[in-house]
Design a protein around this ligand. Structure first.
Ligand code: AN7
Length: 359
């Protein structure tokens, strides 16, 4: 009997639920199968009986949830015979596209807003050999250009308007249902270009329609106040936020996201940059979980809505932590107040420093 078991990525795992042929060559880096971690210290301090789990998508191969969609998009693009893909990105999509294109020996063109993407993401796109165009504009400008140029050049778009992206991303909902043995009552996540909320709703709905679960969660999605078109009710021109991943004013999956909110009877809300950073730090300090700023907004939302009673006691809540904290070391270091002590390289100095910091 063989005890060997190698996880080979989400397309293999969820083949029956994905538009994939048996003989398709799969481009995978082992994405998916990310941990669903139960929060301990934060709920205890809330004094409310709630179960909060975080889906730690930062543990995907390139450090964000984008890999779920990208394994599908690149697999299907290669199958069609394409040589090159293109995306606009606030950073994570470009990192993921670059990596999966490298694996498929395809060319990735990425349009990123000049100076407005986190260093880790830029490093990834560069290392994987993407052809990087830093545009003097924001994500929305890049997205418009990508859609225009795809009509004039032999490149396939791998942004989430590519339908295979959402197919891959819906598997996160499958994994959550399998981990819990049920659907959560509330699912909280960040809202940017709105692909992910649409994908989760697809995934939850598919398992619901298959009769695997008998309910679906309310979808609760949160935006940064300076980049909150869903809260304003219309696209906005100059989105701003320190959470550069969700610095998006003209979301592409606008209708799908509203549909998920309406059908699930969930809601949208917004947070200031200061609140986002405070929650990022809270997760790191209280739970040992380091996510990027945009990701923390899901937990900020859950906590506020639990405190207000909008999410009632007894609820089971899942939050997607969309990207790893290491993506954006600059923001992390800038907001850290923690002590970095300057200590002489001597036993007595190190001992003194320890004793002064143990209460
Ligand atoms: C960490 O990489 O749009 O609402 O170009 O990187 O599905 O757009 C990133 C989005 C949340 C928002 N959290 O998800 C891109 C890009 C992180 C992200 C979102 C993004 P969507």
């Amino acid at each position: 009997m063989s005890f060997a078991h190698r996880y080979t990525g989400l397309i293999d795992r969820y083949r029956d639920f994905l538009p994939i042929r048996d003989d398709t060559r799969i481009i995978s880096l082992g994405e998916g199968n990310t941990p669903l971690i139960r929060l301990h210290n934060i709920p205890t301090s809330l004094n409310k009986t709630v179960d909060i789990y975080v889906k730690y998508e930062g543990l995907n191969p390139t450090g964000s949830f984008k890999d779920r969609g990208m394994t599908m998009a690149i697999t299907k693009s290669l199958e069609t015979g394409n040589q090159a893909v293109i995306c606009a990105s606030t950073g994570n999509t470009s990192a993921s596209a670059a990596a999966y294109a490298a694996r498929a020996k395809m060319i990735a063109f990425v349009l990123i807003p000049d100076g407005k993407i986190a260093q880790g993401k830029l490093a990834q796109a560069m290392m994987h050999g993407a052809i990087i165009m830093q545009i003097q504009g924001n994500f929305d400008d890049g997205m418009r250009l990508v859609k225009e140029v795809a009509d004039h050049a032999p490149v396939e778009i791998v942004n989430s308007i590519n339908p295979f992206r959402l197919q891959g991303q819906k598997t996160a909902a499958f994994e959550i249902i399998e981990a819990l043995g049920r659907a959560p009552d509330y699912h909280c996540l960040p809202l940017g270009n709105a692909g992910n909320i649409s994908a989760y709703w697809m995934g939850y709905s598919q398992f619901y329609q298959e009769g695997i679960v008998n309910k679906r969660p309310k979808m609760c999605a949160y935006q940064a106040s300076g980049s909150a078109p869903f809260l304003r009710g219309h696209p906005i021109d100059n989105p701003e936020t320190i959470a550069t991943a969700i610095r998006i004013g003209n979301p592409q999956s606008w209708d799908k996201a509203w549909n998920a909110q309406r059908e699930s009877q969930g809601w949208f809300d917004e947070f200031t940059d200061a609140e986002i950073l405070a929650t990022q730090k809270l997760l790191a300090e209280q739970e040992g979980i380091f996510c990027e700023p945009a990701s923390a907004i899901s937990v900020a939302g859950a906590l506020r809505d639990i405190k207000s009673g909008k999410i009632p006691e007894g609820s089971l809540i899942t939050c997607t932590l969309t990207g790893h904290g290491l993506k954006d070391p600059d923001t992390a270091i800038q907001q850290s107040t923690g002590p970095v002590l300057k200590v002489k390289a001597e036993l007595s100095a190190v001992k003194t420093a320890i004793l002064e910091n143990i209460s």
